[in-house]
Each structure stands twice: as C-alpha cells, then as structure tokens.
Design a protein around this ligand. Sequence first.
Ligand code: MN
Ligand code: MN
Length: 470
Amino acid sequence: MSKTKGQELAEQLLFTQPHVADEAPEALEKAQEFCEDYKAFLDEAKTEREAVKAGVKRLEAAGYRPFDRLAKEAYKPGDKVYYNNRGKALIAATIGTRPVQDGVSLMIAHIDSPRLDLKPNPLYEDTDLALFKTHYYGGIRKYQWGVTPLSLHGVVVKTNGETVEIHVGEEENDPVFCVTDLLPHLAADQSKRTLNEGLKGEELNIIVGSLPFEDKEVKNRVKLRIMQILNERYGITERDFVRAEIEAVPAAKARDVGFDRSLVGGYGHDDRVCGYTALRAEIDCDTPAYTSVCILADKEEVGSDGTAGLASDFTFHFLKYLADIQGANYTMMLQNSKCLSADVNAAVDPTFPEVSEKNNSSYLNRGVCVTKYTGARGKGGTNDADAEMVAYVTGILDEAGVLWQTGELGKVDQGGGGTVAKFVSQREVDTIDIGVPVLSMHSPFELVSKLDVYMTYRAFAAFKSSSKER
Ligand code: MN
Ligand code: MN
C-alpha cells in the first residue's frame, strides 16, 4: 500500500524516538555480553578506592604504564599511560597522532556514590548493643537505608604509617550490618513525619554487635568486645577511627532484573556505569587522532571539592604535564579540546511520571542520553553546551550508528542537579553531558538498561576514535 501524502510528510519532518531493540536488534546479544563484566566491576568496585583498584588492574592488563610527569622523551602515538591520584581518582590516556596542541578528547565520569560514612568517633554502646554513628555522603533518601544489609569498606591509617584495609560483608560467609527501623505497631508518631525525616541523619546508626566482654568489672562491655575483635583482626584501637575512611554500602550484588534479563539492578550505577563504559572505551581505543584522556573522579556527589574531585586541578595538572612533555602550548591545547561529561540522567518512571516532562526526558532502552544543560531553578549552576558542540558530538554518534536520545533532569520547577561539566568548561573546554538513564537514582538498588549501557560504551568509543576536524 502506498503512503498518503500526510504519512510521507510526517516521515520526513517529524521525529519519534525509537526503541533500541527495534532499531538495532543486533545490539541485544552484545549488550547482554557487555554487561557481564560490568556487573563484576560493580561488585568489585563499591567505593571510589575500589573503583580505582579495579580500573588500574584492567589498565595494566591492557598495557598501560604509570605516567611519568617528568618524562624526558615525548610520548609516541599509541602509548598508553595512567595516573593514580591518591588511590581515589584515576586518569588514563592514549597518545594520539595529532599534536596535543590540536586538543584532546576528554571523558570524565565519577566513581563515588551516595552512602553512609562512619563518623570520626563512630563506636558506641547503648542498650547492650554496639553501634557505629554515620554521616551520610551525597544526596540519599535516608528512609531507603534502614533495614537493608550493609557491608563496610575502607582504610585505616595507623600511627606507624601502615594502612589497613577493611572489607567485610561481601563474601557469602561474612557478617553484614544494618540500620534499624520501627515496627508499624509502634510507628504512630514516626509515620506522621515527612518522608524526608522518615529516618533522620542521627538515626542512621549501624548495629555491629551485641555480646558483652566477659569481665563484669568494666563498663561498656559490648563495645569493648567489638573493639577487641577489631584489634585482633586489624590491629587497631578506638583512636584509629579518626585516621580512617570507612564507608557502609549495600551488601547486595548486582543482578539481572526482569524475566527478559534486560536490566541490571545494583548499587552505584551513578556513576560507575559511565566510569566503566568510559574506561572500556579508553582501553579499547587504538591509536586515536586526538589524544584520548579518560578521568574517573571522586567527590562528585558532594560538589566535586577536594584533591580528587573535579573542582581541584588534578585533571589540569595532568594535561599541563602532558603539554610540557610534548612541547605543546597548554592554553591552546585546552581551547582545542572537547569533553564528554559522562554522568547518568533520570529516566521516566511509569510509577512517578508527574516529575518528568515527557517530551524532554530520557527513557530506558532508547539509548545514551545527551543532555545539553543541567542545573536547577532556571538552569542555575549549569554548563549549557553550545548548539555547535551538540552538533559536533551528535554528528559523531550518528555517523557511528549509536542510538542516542536527549533528556532534561525532570520538570523545570521540580528540582534539578549538576555534574562536573562546569568545572571543565570554565577552562574554555567545550563540554557536554552524556550518559545512561537510571531509575531509582541514588537508592541502594538503582536500575539501568543493558541496551543503554552498551550504547553508552559505543558512544564513548566513537568519540575517542573520531578524527573529525575541530
Ligand atoms: Mn552522577
Ligand atoms: Mn549522583
């Protein structure tokens, strides 16, 4: 049957966002396969420190060598280097054929996720129970963190300089920990609280033990017994907690979700899903035209401050060293660079459609989401990418057959958020946000679609290998 004039015109002039499974059915199997190692990475990398370790392991296996900041000889096209920033952020680069003065292809994701951090004096005893006080990190909905099994990850730096690693609650036979909540029978008052205060910050106390030390002559016998166990296992005393960074995170493993196994549920998709896909694209990048630089940063969830966050100069120090080693003009290098700020976006949730504007939001399974601007209250605090930059990046994606969509972070007056994009564009580097749509973002069990994860990897790979003129 021939098309009507109206049908023909609609086909030419109007746009409907396709489902990736319809448009690229060959991606289904590849996406399943791609996400097997992604799930392993999520389980291996539940904190920023563990993500750096998992990253370095993969980089070294792929032939990357530690970056020599004072290298006497210029790096050659195809050389692969990495820089480990304090064990909490990571930079990996592949030298391109063009001089770095022509610009680099930057890709930045963050590897920290919302969680409960232990306070500097965490351990106390109350009602014959031993507990840890916590201070939540990043934007959590506090009520989601009660009555769910937690594991503890982190380091203690002892006075003798030795660093002890804590990693408990992940193995099948490990104990886990948890925050309590009230029974419904006695929650009459608590139930009248707003959801924001369902569990309050000072109620996020983690149970770590309940048996007393045998000597009845001492006080706080349960606390003492826990400290005795910690001392035997890690050689630490109570005072050492002030020299520690210990994070409580969901103990559950990443799992396939749905009868069709199309989704991955797990802790920390934001933003290890972009961190992992960016790192894979970096590793798989053969000698590019423009030097490719992949950054996995810490501290995004608390505003990017600190030495391992994007508000610090660590990224730009690296680029300056790279310019100096190659005898290039650093300022011109920045001006000619392009950056993908790789971070997740909020997918439309059919149970809560009222917070999204349906024509300008991302959906699961419709591909990687390109976000022109973020921000809140009238684009406040955003990097609003130029139309030219949107055209540059989406042109690369279209050419590579990568399926992409666009979406804002919810309705205009509903809230909003930001990314690291502004810290890069303030150095006059063209930057745009791009990443995976997520459901239940910042919760202990976030959801992403495998097709979107795979398309995000393909987008990053296309960007890195592009030789498009700038
Ligand atoms: Mn994020
Ligand atoms: Mn986030």
